[in-house]
Ligand binder design. Sequence first.
Ligand code: 13P
Ligand code: ZN
Length: 275
Amino acid sequence: MKDIMAAPFVREMCATTANMYRLGWDERNGGNISYMLDEKEVKEYLDIDNVIRTIPLMGVNEVDIDITPLVGKYFIVTGTGKYFKNVEADPETNLGIVRIAKNNIELLWGYKDGGRPTSEFPAHMMSHMARLKVDPENRVVIHSHPTNTLAMNYVHELDEKKFTHTLWEMCTECIVVFPEGVGILPWMLCGTSEIGKATAKKMEEFRLVVWAMHGIYGAGKTLDETFGLIETVEKAAQIYMLTAHLPRVNTIKDEDMVKLVELFGVKYRKDFLDL
Ligand code: 13P
Ligand code: ZN
């Protein structure tokens, strides 16, 4: 059996959480990550018949969701209440590797201090199910509290078209990186199945969903891709926050954005532009 601490997926989770912490996106226990693993890769590092303990299906609240499509799937997930700041130094306490069973979660590694998956597990699992229907290669869901994205929520209209359009205008490559735009949910109570269901509904259309005055969800094939999506939104939001109070002299025009999507050959939300 290989050393789990050297597993690429553990290393990648350490690197991603450390980057997110240093960028200031994930204060205290803010943010969470779930990353679907192949049974084959897990087996190289763990005895998959050795269940350390079982954990009730969902986070802190009772939830009424059907996660049958995920039964038997493996995930590495950040623990609830755990600080991204500490993951790199102690992955075995701050992360867990779990297998989804019919009525509970089977812990195969991690949460060494008796912990359990993020309280946002319902939203993560529902988002995985929604994204897998659109993209069978989707494996990652990240939730974070990026500073400028959050700041923008307080000063910009929370309309999907207007919010996306503003982000697209802030960096030339935004429309190429997230051509489908950004979905937005109003402020809702986190950790509940309601916000999970609403997030998953948006995830049928968007890989990025803003939780108003809370943070953002991103989904993608890899940790890099998903991190990159949130990073690009955050960069655009930063430019917006640096310039919103100043007179706008120049801007990227909608016709220019069309040239970009045509050059890169991406399908985009035409109705989010004013042509
Ligand atoms: P957890 O500590 O349960 O992951 O929650 C953090 C968070 O960001 C809630 O939205
Ligand atoms: Zn949060």
